[in-house]
Design a binder for this molecule. Structure first.
Ligand SMILES: N[C@@H](CCC(=O)N[C@@H](CS)C(=O)NCC(=O)O)C(=O)O
Length: 221
């Protein structure tokens, strides 16, 4: 069975949401955040110390967007992926990676310099600049989402899971009030999905069962 190492509402939420969308059985291992500090034994399983870590037989993966792509491929056919012969295949892959590389990266700097660093090392101006940078990048989706319910192929796909997680993180960071109107409506649409709600419930239940705090850590909030 697929094993997913996860921290509350961290990037590993992407594969968790995907597993719920696909209806695939999985084992969810909850870790305190950051595991590299609070659960040193995790470094034996994943020397990087980051989550997600997905293990499926001989396969071990640590990149959330790549795991979404992998889960679609091994559970194909699924409407969650766009096939190479589809004219939107390139757009699909682009948004799948845009969610992590373009939208999540600036937010990690906001987290770090507004919440995670000790008080004396915090840099409000850096946090503010990267919040603005994130919101400017996000605004690029507004014209598309004014015309379309989802990012590509006229349906919900793994690309929406990837970008959706970036919006979830932005909400935790208090940035969602600054989303543009079509992005706000899109984010509301994503949160109404049963699989999204099941993923939220699954992490809560697993954290309670495994004695891990259900409160997201300072740098994943
Ligand atoms: N690009 C990777 C980033 C993985 C990552 O940095 N995860 C963060 C949590 S959201 C983490 O584990 N941080 C803890 C650390 O760096 O020790 C992905 O998309 O999965």
């Amino acid at each position: 069975m697929i094993k997913l190492y996860h921290c509350m509402s961290a990037r590993s939420f992407r594969p968790l949401w995907m597993l719920e969308e696909l209806g695939v059985p999985y084992e969810l291992v909850m870790l305190p955040f950051p595991p590299r500090v609070l659960q040193r034994a995790y470094l034996d399983v994943n020397p990087l110390g980051t989550i997600p870590l997905l293990i499926n037989g001989q396969t071990r993966m640590t990149e959330s967007a790549a795991i979404c792509q992998y889960l679609c491929a091994v559970h194909a056919p699924t409407p969650l992926q766009v096939e190479p012969h589809d004219h939107e295949f390139g757009a699909y892959l682009n948004y799948l990676h845009f969610g992590e590389a373009t939208l999540t990266f600036p937010q990690t700097l906001v987290l770090r310099y507004s919440r995670f660093e000790p008080e004396h090392r915090r840099q409000p101006s850096v946090a503010e600049d990267y919040a603005k940078w994130f919101l400017a990048r996000l605004r690029s989706l507004e014209p598309l989402l004014t015309k379309r319910a989802f990012l590509c192929a006229d349906r919900f796909t793994a690309a929406d899971v990837s970008v959706g997680y970036a919006l979830m993180l932005a909400q935790h960071l208090g940035l969602s009030a600054q989303f543009t109107p079509a992005v706000t409506a899109y984010w509301e649409r994503l949160q109404e999905r049963n699989a999204y709600m099941r993923a939220l419930q699954a992490q809560e239940a697993a954290a309670l069962a495994q004695g891990v705090s259900t409160v997201p850590a300072p740098d994943t909030r």
